[in-house]
Ligand binder design. Structure first.
Ligand SMILES: Nc1ncnc2c1ncn2[C@@H]1O[C@H](COP(=O)(O)OP(=O)(O)O)[C@@H](O)[C@H]1O
Ligand SMILES: [Mg+2]
Length: 333
């Protein structure tokens, strides 16, 4: 069994008729850091709720570590950890009391629990604050404690609901560090939902992009970006007026370069494998006495992938949810 999650033709229709998950299939391998990427409303949370046994699927099948979602939900609950969408921690308790409480829910006790709690405070860098009231924690500290809470029972599989949405860049990169550590050192399989392309690109070794309930692309970040195909190559000419025409001629003659455009003192061209073609460009320029003051290239981004698959750009800035809206949304459900 090398798959931790196997999902086939999963459908979830809410009672009001909204088809939030529409015939979704994917696998997550053991030990993988899997990213479920999509804009607000795409169906990420709904998928997590189904896989963590909080919502009953409409149709399709799913297995977690070989256990059937319908028949073996108790077994599944024991082996997964879920970092909740809204913070599950109690502000009237200290960080330590919160973790101990969670441990008791998971039937841990005594020195085993105490040691685990110490270990977790270390992992999320909250040792100094462990005996402080959670009320006084910052947003980033609460998210870190939340993460620790989901890890008390050493889950094999961790589900994360947009763990860095709304956090400042520093807290975000701290969370990234803990997650990478958890995945690499503890071999925890991670299922991460996120609206941030950059986050998925940095952390995940496999991805699925979901849009309005359907998976529109899946693969490693590299595979997805290669599907988009073209890297952009920026060439700064030392003497643009003199060399531009012959530089363009050279580029046109090289196989594999397309869409050459001029901007100020430089040319931009697109090519399938920029890193391979750049040496040829430099050599040809050199032999004609065309002097470059700079060369750079950038691969396609996951933004380009999403754009190509859906015709839209993900705009995360405007989508950061406020706590009030989240609470309102939940009450309505
Ligand atoms: N309880 C619910 N009842 C009806 N529709 C819902 C409910 N929860 C979510 N939805 C709808 O299902 C779709 C997917 O939502 P969700 O899974 O929360 O997406 P995401 O987590 O990607 O933002 C959205 O159109 C959302 O409005
Ligand atoms: Mg969500």
């Amino acid at each position: 069994m090398s798959n931790m999650i196997e999902v086939k033709d999963l459908v979830l229709v809410y009672s009001n008729g909204t088809k939030a998950v529409d015939t979704v299939s994917f696998n997550v391998k053991k030990g993988e850091f899997f990213g479920f990427l999509g804009p607000n409303g795409a169906g990420k949370s709904t998928t997590i709720k189904v896989l963590t046994t909080l919502l009953k699927k409409t149709s399709g099948s799913a297995q977690i570590a070989g256990y059937d979602l319908d028949k073996d939900s108790n077994e599944i609950r024991k082996l997964i950890g879920v970092q909740t969408q809204e913070t599950a921690i109690d502000g009237d308790l200290t960080g330590r009391e919160n973790l101990m409480l969670q441990g008791h829910f998971q039937q841990l006790s005594g020195s085993q629990l105490k040691d685990r709690v110490d270990e977790l405070f270390k992992l999320v860098d909250l040792e100094k604050f462990s005996d402080k009231n959670v009320r006084n924690y910052s947003g980033g500290m609460k998210k870190r404690l939340d993460l620790a809470t989901a890890l008390v029972h050493k889950p094999q599989l961790l589900f994360l609901y947009e763990p860095t949405t709304g956090l400042d860049p520093q807290s975000r990169s701290a969370i990234w560090n803990y997650l990478e550590k958890l995945n690499k050192e503890d071999k925890t399989t991670i299922f991460l939902t996120t609206q941030y392309m950059e986050e998925a690109d940095k952390l995940c070794n496999a991805l699925a992009i979901i849009d309005t309930g359907k998976i529109v692309a899946a693969g490693t970040p590299r595979e997805l970006k290669e599907q988009v195909g073209l890297d952009s190559i920026k060439l700064d000419l030392k003497d643009c007026d003199k060399d531009k025409a012959s530089a363009i001629k050279v580029l046109k003659e090289l196989g594999g370069v397309s869409n050459i455009s001029e901007t100020g003192g430089c040319l931009t061209a697109f090519a399938k494998n920029a890193s391979l073609i750049i040496a040829d460009i430099v050599r040809s320029f050199d032999s004609l006495g065309i002097v470059l003051s700079g060369v750079s290239f950038s691969p396609p981004s996951l933004d380009d992938v999403y754009l190509q698959k859906t015709g839209k750009r993900i705009r995360t800035e405007a989508l950061v949810k406020t706590p009030n809206l989240m609470r309102f949304g939940r009450r309505r459900r």
